[in-house]
Design a protein around this ligand. Structure first.
Ligand SMILES: Nc1ncnc2c1ncn2[C@@H]1O[C@H](COP(=O)(O)OP(=O)(O)OP(=O)(O)O)[C@@H](O)[C@H]1O
Ligand SMILES: [Mg+2]
Length: 354
């Protein structure tokens, strides 16, 4: 990072660090948009300490604190404001119908719906909602989001230990869409974020999230299948996974088949519920989706164009530590963290805690 940027970091109160704490990797990003391009101002990626995060839930605050502190210190992050996102299995999302009523009463109506629809006591949950559609009869379609309060408290404890000020805690699909919708503003897009332990499939149209579902099959399950079939250790299996096209290997299709079926079910559910929307493209994000041949496989299965979240033509990097080859390696991992870092540019965005 050049001196000018460093000074900007020190003196601008606007900068936010987007922190995506995955089960396998932690990603930190500072970014902004200029003329429809996303500019990366700073970036760091590091391994999540073993078992410190399990399916999106923080299990070891101490280990995470130490790791994130070293990533911040070693990479010249100067801002103390952060945003983060909670993922998949910790998040409950329901689409609910609310009858015609003044908008200021929707919150209360959503709370009543939540009591019926979410599988946890309402006082243990942090609730939020977003109106996804104003219906012709004056009613609303609302996306209700609920997260266990304890899950959020662990994030807050982490940031307190790090002396960071959380501006917002969001859900991953909302964050990731913030970046992508700048690239595909008017389209209906299915987004597949495949991480280490969970895969999230979301659909958004005109920049708005319509649907999201988490599947508990992801990168680690595929590695595990390679371990078992080819008697390799974890490290060897990880390398094998990155170097081979698994979609043409008959020994290795159980996990992929289960995952494909689960994706199919989610998209089918979406299509039945939202008949007026046609999914135009599928965008792949997350490290797990970097599998060789994954795009072709999905495209054959679902008959739509499948593209990686690798929009290098729309992303510029001012991070001097990283050459363009290294950037291309990691860009697909950064969907959530870039979206989080761009939060300040969309001030009216909702979050589950702010
Ligand atoms: N080139 C590659 N080919 C296939 N898989 C890869 C490749 N590079 C990374 N991965 C896989 O990506 C996963 C990590 O991706 P990512 O950082 O998106 O996950 P995470 O966010 O830490 O996990 P989660 O989203 O489940 O919490 C690992 O399972 C890793 O094996
Ligand atoms: Mg992830």
């Amino acid at each position: 990072m050049g001196l000018i940027n460093k000074l900007k970091n020190l003196f601008s109160s606007e900068n936010i660090i987007g922190i995506d704490i995955g089960d396998s990797l932690i990603k930190l990003v500072e970014a902004e948009t200029k003329q429809n391009k996303i500019i990366l101002n700073n970036l760091a990626v590091g391994d999540t300490p073993k078992e410190a995060v399990v399916k999106g839930q923080i299990e070891d605050v101490e280990a995470l604190t130490a790791k994130i502190k070293s990533l911040l210190d070693n990479n010249n992050f100067a801002s103390t404001k952060v945003t983060t996102a909670i993922s998949g299995e910790q998040v409950i999302i329901r689409n609910v119908e609310i009858p015609n009523m003044p908008e200021e009463e929707i919150g209360e109506a959503v709370r009543w719906e939540a009591k019926e629809q979410i599988p946890m006591p309402i006082d243990e949950a942090v609730l939020d909602y977003e109106i996804s559609k104003h219906k012709a009869d004056g009613g609303y379609e609302v996306m209700l989001v609920a997260v266990n309060r304890d899950t959020i408290n662990r994030y807050l404890e982490l940031f307190k230990k790090l002396d960071l000020e959380p501006i917002a805690i969001e859900i991953e699909p909302t964050a990731i869409i913030r970046g992508i919708r700048k690239l595909y503003p008017e389209q209906t897009i299915a987004l597949l974020d495949m991480g280490a332990q969970t895969t999230t499939i979301s659909v958004f149209s005109n920049g708005q999230l319509l649907f999201t579902r988490t599947i508990g099959i992801a990168g680690q399950d595929i590695t595990q299948e390679i371990v078992e079939n080819y008697e390799l250790n974890l490290e060897e299996a990880e390398e094998y996974k990155r170097d081979n096209n698994l979609f043409v290997d008959a020994n290795l299709n159980l996990i992929i088949r289960n995952l494909t079926t689960a994706i199919y079910r989610s998209l089918d559910y979406f299509q039945v519920k939202y008949k007026n929307y046609d999914i135009e493209k599928m965008v792949l994000a997350g490290g797990g989706s970097k599998l060789i041949g994954f795009d072709t496989h999905l495209s054959n299965e679902f008959g739509i164009e499948v593209i990686p979240l690798n929009p290098l033509s729309n992303i510029e990097s001012e991070v001097e530590r990283l050459n363009s080859k290294e950037l291309a390696e990691v860009i697909q991992l950064l969907g959530v963290s870039i979206g989080l870092a761009l939060r300040e540019e969309d001030e009216d965005d909702k979050s589950i805690a702010s």
